[in-house]
Write a protein that binds this ligand. Structure first.
Ligand code: MN
Length: 338
């Protein structure tokens, strides 16, 4: 048994792990596949303000139940599951109003507590979501990244009448694109990298903008009968884009923010009030994995092309260096713990 641990910033170790038992209310998950996320790299580099070290990282993982702890009903050994990494208290204000992803006592697998880059992980039974055994583990492990997209679009609201401008065609932008297309919306994707834009077209983007050579505001000006996009999603996490988002959005538009930069930006109060814009932050997901799994199981989402490389867990260091040294060759890199 192995566990991929960040000992301290910039130091990755594959450590042997001894047996773990599920406590009461927990199930023991035998991990099969796990996706590497930008936030895993932030913990590796010491730039995640929530991480404490040493930490077993990983929060996008699927596997099968190997054992159940006392009092667990509804899950049995052999069940295939995806883990919702968001552990919330259920008692604070945010939890009581259904916003468990911003729980006052939030704990995220792989960030605040040890995560899923290991063979076996004990998880609260409520966080282990059963999936159809026919759904490949690799696809099931995409449920968490898609829950980020589902969450931001549930915050902005979305339907077939919307025109969505998505900044960034990385993993976040591409998942937002696919979930927006699933709702029937028109989608415009802007990025600086032609290879990423090509992928966005492959996932159904109606318009792509190479923002090195074309102006985003100019390109989207004629959208939505000349009013501009009804939804703007910042999947790039660039603070200055918020200013542009407010400028290009339609009256009654909604802007969804996913970046975590502490840098301030200049937004005009007048722009927000004049057009009655809605700005929403979106963090993690509020128990949306069952919805995403439904889309994956029914084939409404067909994201296998998101998985660009798979490495055996003991070659994790190679996977990390690929993402860092050749990012445009990757969308989602997974680790296999089979
Ligand atoms: Mn992630």
């Amino acid at each position: 048994m192995v566990a991929l641990t960040v000992e301290k910033p910039h130091q990755l170790a594959l450590k042997p792990e001894s047996g773990v038992e599920p406590a009461a209310g927990e199930v023991l998950v035998r991990v099969h596949r796990a996706g590497i996320c930008g936030s895993d790299l932030h913990i590796y580099h010491g730039s995640n303000p929530f991480a404490v070290y040493p930490r077993i990282i990983g929060h996008e993982f699927s596997g099968e139940v190997e054992a159940v702890g006392a009092g667990v009903t509804g899950l049995a050994p052999g069940d295939h599951v995806v883990v919702d990494p968001v552990v919330s208290c259920g008692r604070c204000y945010a939890c009581r109003v259904g916003r468990s992803n911003v729980c006052a006592n939030l704990e995220v697998f792989g960030v605040h507590r040890d995560g899923g880059f290991r063979n076996r992980v004990p998880v609260p039974a409520a966080n282990a979501i059963k999936v159809d055994p026919d759904l490949p583990f690799a696809i099931a492990a995409l449920a968490e990244p898609f829950s980020i997209a589902a969450n931001v679009l549930s915050r902005t609201g979305i339907d077939a009448g919307d025109t969505v401008l998505i900044y960034g065609a990385g993993t976040v932008g591409l998942t937002v694109l696919q979930v927006a297309k699933l709702h029937g919306a028109r989608c415009i994707v802007a990025d600086l990298d032609e290879a990423r834009l090509e992928r966005a077209r492959g996932f159904g983007a109606d318009v792509t903008i190479d923002s090195r050579t074309a102006s985003v505001p100019e390109t989207v000006r004629t959208e939505n009968e000349g009013l501009g996009p009804t939804i703007v999603i910042d999947g790039a996490g660039v603070p200055a884009l918020l200013e542009e988002a407010c400028r290009v959005a339609s009256p009654a538009g909604r802007i969804g923010l996913l970046g975590f930069s502490p840098a301030p930006c200049n937004i005009s109060q007048q722009e927000i009030v004049k057009k009655e814009l809605t700005l929403v932050g979106s963090r993690l997901n509020r128990r949306l994995l069952p919805q995403v799994i439904g889309w994956l199981e029914s084939g409404k989402l067909a994201p296998s092309a998101m998985i660009t490389q798979t490495f055996a867990a003991d070659r994790a260091a190679e996977a990390f260096s690929l993402i860092e040294n050749d990012p445009s060759s990757t969308i989602k890199v997974q680790l296999s713990f089979d």
